[in-house]
Design a protein around this ligand. Sequence first.
Ligand code: PMP
Length: 403
Amino acid sequence: MHPFQQYCRDELDRMKTEGRYRSFAALTKSRRGFPRYTDAGGREITVWSSNDYLGLGGSDVLAEAARQAIEAHGVGSGGTRNISGNTPAHEALERELALLHGKEAALVFTSGYVANQAALGTILASMGGNWQVFSDEKNHNSMIAGMKNARAKSIFRHNDVAHLEELLAAADPAVNKLVAFESVYSMDGDIGPLAELAAVCRRHGALSYLDEVHAVGMYGATGAGVAERDGVSDQIDIIQGTLAKAFGCHGGYVAARAEVIDYLRSAAAGFIFTTSLPPALAAAALASVRHVKGATALRARHAERAARLKAAFREVGVEPMPSVSHIVPVPVGDAALCREVSRLLLEEHGLYVTPINYPTVPRGTERLRFTPTPRHEDADIERVAQAVAHVLRQVGLLRADAA
Ligand code: PMP
């Protein structure tokens, strides 16, 4: 056996002992039944861990657009965007996304992960690599991947504008600066102070880069995200988003000034050297972005469902983490227990919620992460709150007399 093969075995054993081993849930998604899935035995399971935040993945709007595009163009795109993989749908989607964010242009990548990695990686390698990047300590792995080869990197305390300002003030005036942060943080459900962050960037001549992956579609009057809600879209230089969460589709993008987008289009390896998004996904994403723009009632119901779930947990004595968004994390604080709570909810209550363990979150802060959607009814919310309280009592994490 090669030493690497032995290494894999040892690491896997260690992950299993520490409760960090990842396994797939054997659940089948159904187009019309969302948020109900079925397990291997055909039992109905209510899913509380989907990032199809608005429940649009199975909607007729998307499915029809995708079906028509498959009929018209086939399934695979057949090449990179520059080599026969471009379609009018890709270009229309980019125009629509630019419009959504109030930017001159946008560029679509094959995922939100690739968008972050490719855009940040390309920017930070430009201008002779003379960049210092400033990164919020809770930034997503895809941004961290894009900053990997940055010549200089400073990490500022999460959402701490004063700390960022201190670091910016201490930086070499001759270096180019980029500040990267998110709006809704996906594991805690808190939201970055975008106006203050943008202002600090301006004061120090830094380029601002905002990941709105967990906000697009859900916040702002037209679903352009927290930057739209807070009226600061024009003060953020580069906005990145995904088509795979609230938009119910697939793909990622960045929106910015025309010359920045045109440069990335011709310089970002993660854009140039990979097959473009299938035309059906581009067409479905375009239909979704247009639909979601006007879906004010759906956005309101989504927010109301999240508030209702938080209240329902409190009514049964379960205190969720202090989220100000649609993400509702319930603390457990131990990897093995977190897995056990999730298993009990699935097996005994037919409820699916993923355990969030290290390295996704720091050790000791393991949690269950609930993502209510407009498709979760009152009865679902009551049922999940009762079941979570019951299971937390069962494993000794909630006092028997709580609520
Ligand atoms: N940014 C953040 C903050 C994310 O949480 C994720 C994925 N969950 C991504 C980017 C990547 O997006 P995608 O799933 O479209 O690759």
